[in-house]
Ligand binder design. Structure first.
Ligand SMILES: Nc1nc2c(c(=O)[nH]1)N[C@H]1C(S)=C(S)[C@@H](COP(=O)(O)O)O[C@H]1N2
Ligand SMILES: [Mo]
Length: 298
């Protein structure tokens, strides 16, 4: 049974929703609501949300092309139903799961996170999703598991940018303790709607303290391993993109500064703001890197 949106949305959230939705709100609100039950997450930011129009039209999803507008024009051709996610490798219970198994509507919560792209822009996105940790726990990582590898759908016939750009599926990885951190989620929606294809439908990773490229889209495989997984951008440009990729204003990209960022939707000339260590999530995640040199482990 679906609970009407008005009955599950706390007033503060409802107001923010309305401000965010603006025109076209009625149409969106008429969609089936996700059964969000609790209060706003303590992990959510109260910063101004990036307009939905920008979140869904300014995208990086190279499988559909390298320009920002290619994914919103072309990702519609990606078939997302049926969809299954394999969880395998060093787990007690390997298997193939539907999106509804991994992220049942009753468990979905809202997380309003900053997203900081390594290119120097950022957004504030109201994700819907489930914490990644409990999903991994259900599969039962063995004591040998130290890392988690993720893989995107590979279907060149539906992905016009795929073959030319890479020739292999987009892949990403986390250390297991990073993956278990409560900030890491598997997202299935933005606002009160299912994830648009260009944002990584039907299910994608979101790790808000890391550069956006770590938040791999349209995930089909999650593999627990004992060795650090290869990652797409590290394979392509190892001097520029490391495994950790924690947002760090003090470590510049070889070709540009990472000290500031441009908040999308706040105008071409406004919106420039300082970039924060760990994208503002240091309190939640800095302890994961105690004793590590984050210039070395970039
Ligand atoms: N499979 C896949 N996942 C991906 C990418 C990609 O090209 N392919 N781009 C990454 C980058 S660089 C960013 S900044 C974010 C952008 O997410 P968004 O378009 O939902 O804002 O997705 C990340 N996940
Ligand atoms: Mo990015």
């Amino acid at each position: 049974m679906r609970i009407p949106w008005s009955e599950v949305t706390p007033p503060a959230l409802r107001l923010r929703r309305r401000a965010f939705l603006g025109a076209g709100a009625a149409a969106l609100l008429a969609r089936p609501a996700f059964a969000l039950t609790g209060q706003p997450s303590p992990f959510s930011t109260d910063e101004t949300l990036t307009p939905l129009e920008d979140i869904t039209s300014y995208n990086n999803f190279v499988e559909f092309g390298s320009s920002k507008d290619a994914p919103s024009r072309l990702a519609g051709r990606m078939t997302t139903d049926p969809w299954s996610v394999a969880i395998d490798g060093l787990v007690e219970r390997p298997g193939s799961y539907g999106v509804e198994d991994l992220a049942p509507e009753s468990a979905v919560e809202e997380r309003i996170y900053r997203l900081r792209c390594v290119e120097g822009w950022s957004m504030v996105i109201p994700w819907l999703g489930v914490p990644l940790g409990p999903v991994l726990e259900r599969a039962g990582p063995t004591s040998a598991a130290k890392y988690v590898a993720f893989e995107t759908l590979w279907r060149p016939e539906e992905m016009p940018g795929a073959a030319s750009v890479y020739g292999f599926p987009y892949q990403e990885g986390l250390r297991l303790d990073e993956a278990m951190n409560p900030l890491a989620i598997l997202a299935t929606g933005i606002h009160d709607q299912p994830l648009p294809n260009q944002n990584g439908a039907p299910i994608r990773l979101v790790v808000p303290w890391k550069y956006g490229f770590k938040s791999i889209k349209s995930v089909v495989r999650i593999t627990l391993t004992d060795t650090e997984p290869a990652t797409t951008w590290n394979l392509l440009q190892p001097q520029e993109y490391g495994f950790y990729a924690n947002v760090n204003p003090e470590v510049d990209h070889p070709r540009w500064s990472q000290a500031t960022e441009r908040r999308i939707g706040e105008g071409l000339f406004g919106g420039r703001r300082p970039t924060l260590p760990f994208n503002g999530y240091a309190d939640q995640v800095a302890h994961l890197y105690a004793g590590q040199d984050l210039r070395q482990d970039y």
